[in-house]
Write a protein that binds this ligand. Structure first.
Ligand code: MN
Length: 227
């Protein structure tokens, strides 16, 4: 009886403890939902292996500082320079990796399921001269990023949009970035995001990406209040 109690207690404790850690969110759609533009094999490996590893390694880095499991991810990333020195790099890389992939899955959707609203179109025209001009500038930034990283469409509180690029798993929460900006769209340009289908053709991947952008989500993010 005592043994059963102890086993049950250990099990419950493990659930409580595990629930406090950062989690791998499920994809908001099936692995094959973005076909043929992003293939299901890539999505499966990207989410189940790469994204999962960032979550696992973030949790591992925080093991000695388990009170940090209670924080929101953006809160943790926002104060990464105040964290104990020995976990700063791990939080920057793995916490950044978790945040960026959470964001990336959210701003994609099956091809044809959303489109640019008249209002968002006017915003893109106002900032870039046209939707096509915006896409070209974004694709250019994707190609210009040397090595691994991300391309972002960001908004300033005045409503001005700009395209920026970050190395590795950096984002707007990384040291040295402008805290006033808000991300509304991103593209993962790590080779793991496209190599199975596109091999070295990053440009083709960036062009195909437009078919699976969740424009409704982009507009929603644009309309959300600034932190
Ligand atoms: Mn990735």
């Amino acid at each position: 009886m005592k043994q059963i109690f102890l086993t049950t207690a250990a099990f419950l404790f493990s659930i409580l403890f595990a629930s406090a850690q950062f989690k791998l969110p499920a994809l908001p759609y099936a692995y094959g939902a973005l076909e043929p533009y992003i293939d299901s094999t890539t999505m499966r490996i990207h989410h189940d292996v790469h994204h999962a590893a960032y979550v696992k390694n973030l949790n591992k880095a925080l093991e000695k500082y388990s009170e940090l499991y209670k924080k929101d991810l953006t809160e943790l990333l926002g104060e990464q320079e105040d964290l104990p020195m020995e976990i700063q790099t791990a939080v920057r890389n793995n916490g950044g990796g978790v945040y960026n992939h959470n964001f990336f899955w959210k701003i994609m959707a099956p091809a044809g399921s959303t489109k640019i609203s008249t209002k968002l179109e006017a915003t893109l025209i106002g900032n870039f001269g046209g939707v096509e001009a915006f896409k070209e500038a974004f694709e250019k930034a994707a190609l210009s990023r040397f090595g691994s990283g991300w391309v972002w469409l960001v908004a300033s509180p005045s409503g001005k949009l700009q395209i920026i690029s970050t190395p590795n798993q950096d984002n707007l929460y990384s040291p040295g970035s402008n805290p006033k900006l808000k991300a509304i769209l991103c593209l993962d340009v790590w080779e793991h995001a496209y190599y199975i289908k596109y091999q070295a053709k990053r440009a083709a991947y960036a062009k195909a990406f437009w078919n699976v952008v969740n424009w409704a989500e982009v507009e929603k993010l644009l309309n959300e209040p600034y932190n």
